[in-house]
Design a binder for this molecule. Structure first.
Ligand code: T4K
Length: 368
């Protein structure tokens, strides 16, 4: 039977090393609630990511919810429909109205040209996504936010380790969030984090992810339970040891894909951006049916039939789901680029263990 090539495969630590460290956890009998390994992972991630403060979470969705709560965001938030549903769901859970704006197809992030027209007296924040780990136009988004007194929360779920001119992308905006899900470049199985600029905010976030407990007897706000446990903190610490090699292996896959796809008419893909340290978390291609001679879905199902399981991230657009499609900003005419890109995209298999044979099998299905 033909081996299936999946869109990704998890970064797994060495099992013996993992067992050895788990023994320490077992002996300590401290398995969650800001344990030793949790603290060690926070320190190690601050150093690796070049950020001053980080707070670990149990997944990448709850830091979004908590970021909105921590900054007391209300009313309307400008966001992108071209993302995983968790981005917009975090607004819904906070009783906030999402206002969708179009994307820039050159990075699939929010188009800064569309933001100002979407601002109303109820707007309190902007929530862009560094989609596929490609940086948004952080400078223009910041200047618009400052002009109108808005907060910026970046959903940086895909952007682990990404830097612009040597500076972490997570340093931009008021808060940024990461996902450490099994399908992400850096994983703790399930997991996530929030990055903040100061210790007071870190303290508040740490309370909010622990039900709002400030002390044994004081609760400062209706927080949630979104703590990371010791087992997953150990998993993360071990994965940090191999993350650079994993990202480099992904980089090599990107180089091979690009070399073969550059000559294919009707297939667009991203090149590296100048000054940006990329993490190669996804390898999206965009199929122009007229030029390529086949629609995106024809190619997608041809790949599936041949055991190559790419994914159509992010199709359908969030704005088309029943919860959101009634919003005026969800109208497809408001989102022409996002609508087109969602109908063109296939994320090719991209991970640290793709062999040359795997890459050839993927490419043979696309290159005619
Ligand atoms: N913001 C953004 C922009 C996000 O993309 C996400 C999550 C979030 C926020 C929320 O973060 P988390 O709360 O999830 O931490 C996946 C992930 O579940 C999700 O984390 C991710 N984005 C989204 C883009 O993709 P699915 O439903 O596509 O995953 P699934 O289970 O179909 O897995 C895809 C492939 O990965 C499989 O075909 C094979 C491989 N795989 C997967 C798992 C889970 C493995 O080989 N082993 C595994 O254990 O959603």
């Amino acid at each position: 039977m033909l081996k299936q090539i999946t869109v990704t495969t998890p970064l797994l630590p060495d099992l013996d090393e993992f067992s050895k460290m788990l023994k320490e956890v077992w002996e300590s009998k401290w398995i969650t609630n800001n344990g030793h390994f949790h603290q060690r992972l926070e320190e190690a991630l601050c150093e690796y990511l070049k950020v001053p403060f980080i707070s670990l979470f149990t997944n990448g969705t709850l830091p979004l919810l908590t970021a909105l709560q921590a900054l007391r965001i209300s009313g309307e938030v400008i966001t992108t429909p071209y993302s995983f549903v968790a981005t917009t769901h975090s607004l819904w859970w906070n009783g906030i109205k999402p206002v969708f704006v179009d994307i820039d197809p050159s990075n699939c992030g929010m188009d800064p040209d569309c933001i100002e027209a979407a601002i109303t007296p109820k707007t309190t924040a902007i929530m862009p996504v560094h989609c596929y780990g490609k940086p948004c136009d952080v400078v223009r988004i910041q200047s618009i936010a400052e002009k109108y007194g808005l907060k910026v929360i970046y959903d940086a779920a895909h952007a682990f380790g990404v830097e612009i001119d040597g500076k972490s992308i997570l340093e931009y905006g008021d808060l940024s969030t990461l996902s450490f899900h099994a399908t992400k470049v850096f994983t703790t199985i399930e997991g996530g984090a929030m990055i903040m600029h100061d210790e007071t905010t870190k303290q508040r976030i740490d309370y909010l992810k622990n039900f709002g407990f400030e002390s044994e007897t004081e609760v400062i706000a209706p927080g949630i339970n979104s703590k990371m446990d010791e087992v997953r903190a150990v998993y993360g610490l071990l994965n940090l040891r191999q993350i650079d090699a994993a990202i480099e292996a992904r980089h090599q896959v990107a180089i091979k894909y690009r070399a073969a796809l550059r000559a294919v008419k009707g297939i667009r893909f991203f090149d590296d951006m100048p000054g940006v340290k990329h993490n190669y978390s996804y390898f999206p291609i965009f199929v122009n049916a007229d030029e390529y001679g086949m629609t995106r879905d024809e190619l997608y199902f041809k790949m599936r039939d041949n055991g190559v399981l790419g994914r159509r991230y992010f199709y359908p657009l969030i704005s088309t789901f029943s919860t959101y499609r009634g919003l005026p900003s969800a109208a497809p005419e408001n989102l022409p680029n996002a609508t087109r890109v969602a109908n063109e995209v296939i994320c090719l298999p991209m991970h640290h263990q793709l062999s040359d044979d795997d890459i050839d099998r993927v490419l043979q299905l696309i290159v005619k």
